[in-house]
Design a protein around this ligand. Structure first.
Ligand code: BGC
Length: 742
């Protein structure tokens, strides 16, 4: 007897769809309604139960932590865990059972309007950071919801578009972060995306929601729809989607479908059981009435400090707060910060810091301010002229530039990665008037820097840093802490260099993932393309040295890699040591290098730390489309440890025996495949030298030609290789393989 046995068919149907925008259905005393709220970087709890989906800006105040673009750049899973736990504390105080986040889609193009909600162009980094957030949220018993499953990498036509992506790219780029989180952090829920994947809606994709997610990865939680992603509720239930959000008022259809046998009742029962399991899980959550808003603001500040990335610095930073130098703070964004993106993740913050106030408070000699430009991007000569006058009287100008608020949002993509033209023009004029210019950027998606970076002595990429971003930026500029963020996505020289560019965002209902696995640095590094700033890059106010690489085999296809990182500068700072596996092929068949580990270490001047990584077969495997599984071929590869994908400091060569997999052969296997097969080569060997002729020696060109020919096709070559002989060969190989595996 389970709780479900108490439920009528109608009640069961009602549980598989929400009761309103933010709640699941409750049934008598069997199960209470659960409350779901966005997510991901703060709690967006709308004040009244069942408020509509449009009240985005009217939520109850909550801490606005740095969105994923910032938090990801911290490369700090411990910090991500702490923020997850803080989110859960606020969720609990606001009566929320499940936080709708983290968002872990891959940044395929810098144009994706929602990139600020995602961590990285790299699946490993995304998986590790996402898992830490999930573990943090669930450490207090609140549920996390990993979204948007899957291949939701653009906003254009997001509710219909088919992401057309090949199997290997899916497995190597778009699925691993979900897989890692599901396997290691065991999220209570997953949210399916709106889009189609190779023609099938995610919400109706049985392979995705059942075979892969549950069958292969062992997911034991609940799958909910993205808001409005269900098109055919019965088909969605059959595919493995347990909860439709928000409701479409179609419970009767589900009841009727069960009654007339179109939908097996077990399918409904399974979905109901998963909702009951979720309800049971969140019942164990810690209960809190409130949280310490100051403490969480401080945590948001710490996270923001860890998230900004110092791209360039000729030594102008850090500024000495006690120096008598005259500082001009230029740019409306210093006074009116952009600290989060638009759409469902929008949080009403508990407080809001701005850099202008924070700098004014900290600098001994009072700075001057000039707005310089309008926030909406429209030109304003008067504002620009005033800013240039301010810069002319200053020793250093801190110029805050960034994207207009309306440029980045859920629901649409950008069409350019350029800063607004008036801002670039202003920067040029300021640089002509003032010898030292520091640019601070505010943007959720990457902006191009190549056209103007020569005008800046230093550039601090401040992303969108949450409610304490303003004070955190002041802390970084003044050296209260050393910058420690690293790029989680490449900054290209120009938009047309981006590998997905010719395909993004598709047309006619389809977006073809034509660049395949060559996303971000996987493309730039493999094909030696110039970039403005590479993946993993970020400066500090100190210097780090790498030494003593040791790569040891610790088991079959298992290695430990260790290296020493030393702070060779004169102040405390943090370094992010990155481990890549590398394949140097003349003609690349896979990305040249891929991130497989990282460690953030904080070191006092002169201090060293040993970083250690483990590698397993999966880290060097590729997805075989013929085998539909991971595969390791025997051969050499390298491990590289460095400070970015373009700043490799240490390297060692290793060798793998492969995974020992021996494929099967049939008549359509080529001569080359036969000769590369241990048993096939032996069986065929006799024939190759039949009648005293060694075919390989007779004519090497002909032999090369023959290598690509399926064995059965030789029956027309008049060399005695008849269909019967081929059948016999195939049978012999099959028999010997069976014997060998006994
Ligand atoms: C978004 C989700 C969000 C949901 C609820 C959807 O439009 O794609 O990320 O959780 O709305 O607000």
């Amino acid at each position: 007897m389970t709780e479900r046995d108490d439920l009528t068919l109608e009640e069961k149907a009602s549980l598989t769809s929400g009761s309103g925008t933010w709640n699941t259905e409750g049934v008598r005393d069997v199960v209470r309604p659960l409350t779901l709220s966005d997510g991901p970087h703060g709690i967006r709890r709308q004040p009244k139960r069942d408020t509509d989906a449009l009240g985005i800006h009217d939520s109850l105040p909550a801490t606005c932590f740095p969105p994923a673009v910032g938090l990801g750049s911290s490369w700090d899973p411990e910090l991500a865990f702490t923020i997850g736990a803080a989110l859960a504390r606020e969720a609990s105080a606001l009566g929320v059972d499940v936080v709708l986040g983290p968002g872990i889609n891959i940044k395929r193009s810098p144009l994706c309007g929602r990139n600020f909600e995602y961590f990285s162009e790299d699946p490993h980094l995304t998986g590790v950071m996402g898992a830490a957030v999930v573990e943090g949220i669930q450490s207090r018993g609140v549920g996390a919801c990993v979204k948007h499953f899957a291949v939701n990498n653009q906003e254009t036509d997001r509710m219909r578009v088919s992401a057309d992506v090949d199997e290997r790219t899916l497995r190597e780029i778009y699925l691993p972060a979900f897989e890692h989180i599901v396997r290691t952090a065991r999220p209570y829920t997953v949210m399916c995306s709106y889009n189609r994947i190779n023609g099938v809606y995610a919400s109706q994709n049985r392979w995705l929601l059942t075979e892969l997610l549950r069958g292969e990865w062992g997911f034991d939680g609940l799958v909910m729809s993205d808001w409005g992603a269900v098109n055919d509720r019965a088909a969605a239930l059959e595919a493995g989607l347990d909860l439709e959000m928000p409701p479409t008022g179609t419970d009767d259809e589900i009841v009727a479908a069960v009654r007339d046998g179109r939908l097996p009742e077990e399918v409904l029962d399974t979905a109901v059981d998963r909702l009951l399991t979720l309800a049971g899980r969140v019942e164990a959550a810690e209960r809190h009435e409130d949280w310490d808003a100051d403490e969480h603001h401080e945590l948001a500040r710490e996270a923001a400090r860890a998230s900004a990335v110092l791209l360039k610095n000729d030594g102008v930073l850090p500024l000495d707060p006690d120096s008598p130098q005259r500082v001009a703070v230029i740019g409306e964004l210093a006074r009116t910060p952009r600290y989060q993106g638009n759409g469902s993740s929008h949080v009403v913050p508990t407080r809001l810091d701005d850099a202008w106030t924070a700098l004014g408070d900290a600098l001994a000699s009072e700075p001057v301010f000039a707005a310089g430009y309008r926030l909406d991007g429209a030109p304003d000569d008067d504002l620009a002229a005033e800013a240039v006058r301010a810069a002319a009287g200053a020793d250093v100008a801190l110029v805050f530039l960034g994207l207009p608020d309306a440029a980045e949002s859920e629901g649409f993509d950008r069409t350019t990665i350029d800063l607004p033209e008036p801002q670039v023009a202003l920067l040029r004029e300021v640089a002509a008037a003032c010898p030292r210019v520091v640019v601070v950027l505010s943007n959720g998606g990457v902006v191009s820097v190549s056209e103007w970076e020569d005008a800046a002595s230093a550039i601090l990429e401040g992303w969108l840093l949450g409610q304490a971003g303003g004070s955190a930026i002041a802390d970084l500029l003044l050296g209260v802490v050393s910058p420690s963020g690293r790029l989680t996505e490449t900054i290209p020289r120009r938009l047309s260099d981006v590998p997905s560019h010719p395909h993004f965002p598709g047309s006619d209902g389809h977006v073809v993932y034509g660049e395949g696995r060559y996303v971000g640095y996987r493309h730039y590094d493999t094909f030696d393309r110039d970039v403005a700033y590479p993946f993993g890059h970020g400066l500090t106010y100190s210097r780090f040295e790498y030494s003593d690489l040791e790569a040891r085999e610790t088991g079959e296809n298992e290695w430990t890699v260790e290296a020493t990182v030393t702070n060779a500068g004169d102040r405390y700072a943090q370094e992010v040591a990155q481990l890549y596996v590398a394949f140097d092929e003349d003609r690349p068949t896979r990305p040249r290098r891929e991130l497989r580990g990282f460690a953030k270490v904080g070191l006092e001047p002169g201090a060293s730390s040993r970083v250690r990584f483990t590698l397993t077969a999966r880290d060097i495997a590729y997805w075989s489309v013929s085998r539909h599984d991971w595969r390791v071929d025997p051969g050499r590869f390298a491990v590289e440890v460095g400070a970015s994908s373009r700043d490799i400091r240490l390297r060692a060569e290793l060798e793998t025996p492969g995974d020992g997999h021996v494929g099967t052969l049939d008549g359509m296997s080529t001569l080359e495949e036969w000769l590369n097969h241990p048993i096939g080569a032996e069986v065929l060997g006799g024939l190759m030298t039949a009648g005293g002729r060694d075919f390989q020696q007779v004519d090497s060109v002909l032999f090369n030609l023959a290598l690509g020919v399926p064995l059965i096709k030789f029956r027309t070559f008049g060399i005695g290789l008849t269909a019967e002989v081929v059948d016999e060969l195939v049978e012999t190989v099959r028999r010997r393989q069976a014997e060998a595996s006994r």
